[in-house]
Design a protein around this ligand. Structure first.
Ligand code: THU
Length: 126
């Protein structure tokens, strides 16, 4: 699975977005070290704070499945926008290591950054 293929899957996942309020669709494809891919899309709620981002949808699916060794996450969103993970999602993903974050625009890879470069000092217990 190369990163352009992961972006293609993120764009498929984006079609599952439920975003009647923001009209901003986000799709992700999360690659595990074992080679599995988990898809996620943002799911909004009329109580806006209850909205769940695409990244956390995919991450909880992977963890529930016992796949805690993560490798990369590709993001896709509305046209002409490069979507970075929000702060909550950076923290949430940081629990599972310094994964590659694959950024795209209009279906094309634009950059690959390390999660800990986006979130240099994640919160940790201890
Ligand atoms: N959103 C995500 O799915 N991931 C992010 O990292 C940032 C924001 C969603 C949440 C909401 O449904 C919409 O984008 C607008 O904020």
């Amino acid at each position: 699975m190369n990163y352009q293929e992961l972006i293609d899957l993120a764009n498929e996942a984006k079609k599952h977005s439920y975003c009647p309020y923001s009209k901003f669709s986000v799709g992700v494809a999360l690659l595990t070290k074992s080679g599995k891919v988990y898809l996620g899309a943002n799911i909004e709620n009329s109580s806006y704070g209850a909205t769940i981002c695409a990244e956390r949808v995919a991450c909880v699916k992977a963890i529930y499945d016992g796949e805690k060794e993560l490798s990369a996450i590709a993001l896709a969103c509305n046209e002409d926008v490069v979507c970075y993970p929000c702060g909550i999602c950076r923290q949430f993903l940081s629990e599972f290591g310094n994964i590659d974050v694959v950024l795209s625009k209009n279906g094309i890879l634009v950059d690959v950054v390390k999660l800990f470069d986006l979130l240099p000092h994640p919160f940790e217990l201890n």
